[in-house]
Design a protein around this ligand. Structure first.
Ligand SMILES: Nc1ncnc2c1ncn2[C@@H]1O[C@H](COP(=O)(O)OP(=O)(O)O)[C@@H](O)[C@H]1O
Ligand SMILES: [Mg+2]
Length: 589
């Protein structure tokens, strides 16, 4: 079976790279005060809760044997207090950290999103959307959890171990040593499991990412899936990806459980040792019953932080891998960007010149070679030619969606690579074959082209492009809410709405890339009047399959073999009896 993008695991196998961690601390630093506060609260709560076994010991060794009821009551109240105080402090800490974590998530996501918005078309061309989503959603969650709770818990557990050790040795050094005898065994187990555990969790996130990528693609193209009746096959693919995910998960859990299993066993052995040595070797009354009981209590408290640190360590390693993916996205070069000395493109008249332009999407595979032409302000130019010849490519280059490899694209004599993208694109109106409708009202969909447009302007624009009739026919007219992608509109209606959107932005250069392909011939004829209105005073590039649409353009360029093979008016090209003539006669038959 062919390997798809969603089948390819991301590389998460990274060496221990602290550079990423250090860089991540930039996000942490903002919340330093909160983290220190949380840490302090936690430390207090940890110490308070460690007093509980001492209180138990006092009750068993002194209060109960003496039958001192008041002392027992006081000890009970103290015992209760240790629990209440540590629970309350723990809660406050949780709230502080949850808030810090959420703000950190926001910070990282905002930076990621801002960068994703700047990334050029090229970045999106060869990447599954799902994998980008996973980074922005899942990875950021994991990372921020590690950066907040993870760090705190790590420090805290170290504290815990130190405190408990001190308490244990203060209580009875001999018994404390018995408990410590279990540590080397635990370390040996952890070393044995270290890489297994890390790899296992990395596999989990890989498989999750693959599944999400496939899911995103499937949802996007559900209509194609259903029309080709491919549901069964797709379910098969999904099942395969899901199974891989489940297996990875099960494996990781098994490895994880093994840690708990080992610790339980070590603890059981150590505890028996504790009772054996305490009761039989050292013996009562050299060691009191209360001491042994609280020792056993400390022992169980001693192992928990050790298990936690081991698992935090693993999370930490995974987090570094996530951080790397996140930073990789943030570092993805914005290849199409304002040059250092970029200047604002002044209000243009609309002259477009290609000077020996050579362009390739992928290195070594030129789509255009040495293309030169000039379009005067206000002229309309039609691009025709076989599918895949490079018509869309040419118009994409005018808006600088891609950088050219050689030559220059000039607008009113300004090299577009030297002006700011914003000032360039603001003066362009681009309409694509699949016109995108955002969720929201029709009114706002049109307003997208000019944010301060009044309702009158919106309606006028819609009228010009013959969209008013059908919009008024909708239940709520201009206020009708669109579903995502405008799925309740026909393809042609969507194109009319996006026509109005483009018209209202009043561009000097207009690009219509098969923008009328879904509009029926009758509406198109009507639209033609509006279109002529629209084209007036603007330079326009029109790509249309129906040649009747472009017959009246000032100039027609036939694109083929990486360049322009024929150019002229309709009549001139017809007289020439070349490729255009063949295409036209074939269509009019
Ligand atoms: N994003 C892309 N990445 C790589 N190759 C592309 C990309 N877009 C288009 N191409 C290739 O460039 C050529 C021209 O495409 P295009 O300009 O879309 O043709 P058309 O004349 O049909 O509009 C085609 O061979 C196509 O395969
Ligand atoms: Mg095209």
């Amino acid at each position: 079976m062919a390997r798809n993008k969603y089948d390819i695991d991301e590389t998460l196998e990274t060496p221990f790279n602290f550079a990423h961690f250090k860089r991540a601390l930039v996000y942490v630093k903002k919340y330093r005060a909160r983290i220190i506060l949380a840490l302090t609260l936690s430390a207090v709560s940890a110490v308070v809760s460690l007093l509980a076994p001492l209180i138990t010991k006092e009750a068993i060794d002194t209060a109960i044997p003496n039958g001192d009821v008041w002392y027992i009551v006081i000890l009970s109240v103290l015992f209760l207090l240790t629990i209440v105080v540590s629970v309350i402090l723990g809660n406050i800490r949780q709230r502080i950290m949850t808030k810090a974590g959420q703000m950190m998530i926001y910070d990282i996501r905002k930076d990621l999103f801002a960068h994703l918005q700047d990334l050029p078309f090229q970045y999106y061309d060869d990447r599954p959307q799902g994998k980008i989503l996973v980074r922005v959603v899942n990875y950021v969650n994991n990372v921020s959890d590690m950066l907040t709770n993870g760090i705190i818990n790590f420090i805290l557990e170290i504290f815990n171990i130190i405190f408990i050790t001190i308490f244990m040795f203060a209580l009875d050094a001999r018994l404390a040593l018995v408990i410590f005898a279990g540590v080397p065994v635990f370390v040996a187990v952890m070393i044995f499991l270290k890489n297994k555990q890390r790899r296992a969790w990395q596999q989990v996130s890989n498989k999750n990412s693959n599944q999400t990528a496939y899911l995103a693609e499937s949802i996007n193209c559900i209509r194609v899936t259903q029309s080709f009746a491919r549901e069964t096959e797709n379910l098969g693919i999904f099942r395969r990806l899901s199974t891989a995910y489940r297996k990875a998960w099960m494996k990781a859990v098994t490895v994880n459980n093994f840690v708990g299993f080992s610790v339980d066993n070590i603890r059981a052995v150590v505890d028996s040792g504790l009772y054996f040595i305490g009761l039989l070797v050292i013996g009562y009354p050299a060691v009191s019953l209360g001491t042994i009981m609280s020792m056993s209590n400390y022992s169980s408290r001693f192992w928990q932080p050790i298990i936690n640190i081991a698992s935090l360590y693993n999370n930490f390693i995974n987090t570094l891998a996530y951080l790397e993916r996140i930073f990789e996205t943030m570092d993805e070069p914005v290849t199409v960007k304002d040059s250092k000395d970029a200047y604002e493109l002044p209000d243009i008249k609309g002259e477009v010149t290609f000077k020996n332009v050579t362009f390739a999407y992928e290195e070594g595979k030129n789509i255009l070679e040495n293309v030169s032409f000039t379009v005067k302000p206000g002229e309309s130019v039609a691009l025709v030619g076989p599918t895949g010849a490079g018509k869309t490519t040419i118009v994409n280059l005018i808006s600088r969606f891609y950088n050219i490899n050689d030559g220059a694209v000039l607008i009113d004599g300004h090299d577009i690579s030297r002006v700011t993208l914003n000032s360039l694109r603001r003066q362009m109106g681009i309409m694509l074959q699949d016109s995108f409708i955002f969720s929201g009202s029709i009114e706002n969909n049109i307003r997208y082209g000019k944010l301060d447009a009044s309702m009158e302007e919106i309606r006028a624009a819609a009228k010009t492009v013959c969209a008013d009739d059908f919009i008024m026919g909708l239940e709520k007219g201009y206020q009708t809410e669109m579903y995502e992608g405008g799925s309740q509109l026909s393809g042609g209606q969507k194109q009319l709405v996006s026509f109005a959107r483009t018209l209202i932005s009043d561009p000097k250069i207009l690009i219509l890339d098969e923008a009328t392909s879904s509009i029926d011939a009758k509406t198109e004829k009507e639209l033609q009047k509006g279109l002529n209105e629209l084209l007036k005073g603007r330079t326009s590039f029109i790509i249309a399959h129906r040649l009747s649409t472009i017959k009246n353009c000032d100039k027609i360029m036939y694109i083929n073999n990486k360049g322009i093979t024929e150019a002229g008016t309709h009549d001139e090209l017809m007289a020439k009896k070349g490729d255009y003539y063949k295409l036209y006669t074939a269509q009019s038959k």
